[in-house]
Design a protein around this ligand. Sequence first.
Ligand code: ZN
Length: 316
Amino acid sequence: MEYGFGVDLGGTTVKIAYFDCEGTMLDKWEIPTNTDDGGSRILPDIAESVRNYLACKHIDKEQILGVGIGVPGPVDNEGNVNKCVNLGWGFKNIQQELSELLGLPVKAGNDANVAALGESWKGGGAGCRNMIMATLGTGVGGGIIIDGKPLHGVHGAGGEIGHITVNPYEEERCACGKQGCVEQYCSATGVVRMAKRVLTLSHQDSTLRHIVPLTCKDVFDAAKNGDALAKETLERVYDYMGQFLAGVCCVVDPEVVVLGGGVSRAGQPLLDGVRQYFEKYTFYGSSSVRFVLAELGNDAGAYGAFKLVLDATHPA
Ligand code: ZN
């Protein structure tokens, strides 16, 4: 049996997991991300942690097929990152650097694309070779899997579905600098922003008026309890979600759409709400797509990262 590592590199912690080649996670741990000195310690720290693990467990390096890593920024096909603002990195060939530090094959990808690959392998989209994943968190990230492979695109920005424009009349700015992006409506912060807007435009009472600070979960809870303005907020959010996912489905024609991130904790009501508006906007050819929730949570990145290096070393 062969083994390997999946690494999910984030701005504050690095999650490292050890897998067998069938994709069973055998162990996982975290180390802090040291962003001092332009992030120069990050890859050496990861290499040291992996080496220590192998030494502690008396694992022969011959049994290790490699290390996959997901990073928070665009990554091209050669494993170059051009800029990872969270890490302090400018241009860097992480694949080559980490491989030289470890003496093992390394395969790198964008964290959102890698998480989508993980969900398509062992999570909500297991068994599906064509999948769209939307991660509805603080922002909206995404990943697209086509024929079992993540769509990286030429700059590594493929699958960046959170910045599709859905409202050209928006007046507030998105974090990316544009106006009217999906992220401004469908992220956890977007849901709260929409709720505040609905409350401002109406004179009706709502339990939401008495909650400070208002969270995304409050909006879903209030809607479940029948609060009219919370329900109206979610109708608007679902409308934007249905619209943009129908658009992406026109391009990808997936078997499944996986919804993940903090907003997806709303569960079935979210799936039902999005589905209803999706039907309104979708092209009939992709109307049979299934909507499911992500299943791997914070481990999706590690699973997908390991799958990257598994596919690179054992092409199907
Ligand atoms: Zn944007």
